[in-house]
Design a protein around this ligand. Structure first.
Ligand code: SD4
Length: 344
């Protein structure tokens, strides 16, 4: 998809010597979001992007808010809790001028993405965590929501407690490697959920508005049944989300620890700066993760999406199953399966 041919290339029948020629023809507006659920959030964002003055920043925030307000395993207060039964949220947002804001391990607040934006716009800071993030949110008028888990999350947690046999044990972290050998996942966040699906569905959205500006947002409840206080890639600028308005934007979903290790989205934007297409850049970042430990790479999922300044987009994942949703001015929204490094 990243290699969508331009109008000029199509008109000339895709003459090979023109394939690297990039005419000054930018496809905008455009929004790309992770997973099939990106389809719905793109629609929420489109109400803003279709306006001539609609801002990509407002659009990606609207996309994130849309899913934060729904019940699903992996985003918002309805998501799966940590292993102590608390839902802790991570989110980040970045605009076309390197302004960025993020919150991590935030509890009881419905819209972490808007807290991240508030932080970005009203303070000199980039990131707040835990109790400080919640205090900031409450002081800024975000209502405090209850600790009650959603019905779905309560069921999943109850099941997880059974199979993991988790009981809070002092210094359990020191026993992790043993436990992991015994159960495969031990007290760590499991890579897969009970039904076999990967333990994530983070919503990352990247957009290009009609003024040609890029922005991105990423929001998640993180890996279900994670250790208390664990922070993934999603709120870390350059890992779960990065935007450089001169080049492009990238975000992703999957096992955050592995994305943090390679500064995944910063890497993708830098690769696009060097001339790689969005899809190639995502693929190279995935290969970088595989190269660290090819055997281990078979046990988890990471999926990246990217767009560039020309409105080209692409994605690539480690394992099959990652998908992404695209909405541009040409078509109704579409979901595409991402190509993956491992084929089965
Ligand atoms: C994390 N990247 O916390 C996230 C996981 C994810 O839905 O994709 N969650 O590591």
């Amino acid at each position: 998809m990243s290699n969508r041919r331009s109008f000029l290339q199509l008109a000339l029948g895709g003459i090979p010597f023109l394939t690297s020629f990039r005419p000054n023809f930018v496809k905008k507006p455009l929004i790309v979001s992770t997973w099939d659920s990106g389809l719905a959030v793109n629609e929420a964002a489109w109400k803003i992007l279709r306006q001539p003055t609609g801002k990509a920043l407002d659009a990606v925030e609207a996309a994130a808010r849309d899913i934060e307000a729904s019940i699903n395993c992996c985003v918002g207060l309805g998501g799966n809790p940590d292993r102590d039964g608390k839902v802790t949220l991570d989110a980040s947002i970045m605009d076309h001028q390197f302004n960025c804001g993020s919150v991590a391990a935030l509890e009881n607040i419905l819209h972490p993405i808007s807290v991240a934006r508030k932080l970005m716009e009203t303070t000199p800071h980039v990131m707040l965590v835990g109790e400080g993030a919640r205090q900031f949110a409450l002081e800024n008028g975000f209502p405090r929501e209850s600790d009650q888990l959603s019905k779905e999350a309560q069921e999943a947690y109850t099941n997880w407690l059974k199979t993991s046999e988790y009981k809070p044990i002092k210094n359990i972290e020191q026993q992790q490697s043993k436990a992991r050998q015994r159960t495969g996942n031990g007290p760590f966040a499991p890579a897969t959920l009970e039904d076999g699906s990967f333990n994530h569905d983070t919503m990352g959205s990247i957009a290009l508005d009609q003024s040609g500006n890029l922005s991105g947002a990423c929001t998640t409840s993180g890996m279900g049944f994670k250790m208390r206080g664990r922070v993934g890639d999603s709120p870390i600028i350059g890992s779960g989300l990065y935007v450089d308005n001169a080049v492009g934007a990238a975000t992703g979903s999957g096992q955050g620890e592995e994305v943090i290790r390679v500064c995944g989205t910063f890497l993708i934007v830098e690769l696009m700066r060097q001339g790689k297409s969005p899809k190639e850049a995502c693929r190279i970042a995935i290969e970088r993760i595989v190269a660290i430990n090819p055997e281990k790479a078979k046990t988890f999922q990471v999926g990246f999406i990217a767009i560039n300044k020309n409105g080209e987009y692409g994605a690539y994942s480690l394992a099959p199953g990652f998908s992404y949703a695209v909405k541009d001015s040409e078509a109704a929204g579409k979901v595409y399966p991402a190509e993956s490094y491992f084929k089965g």
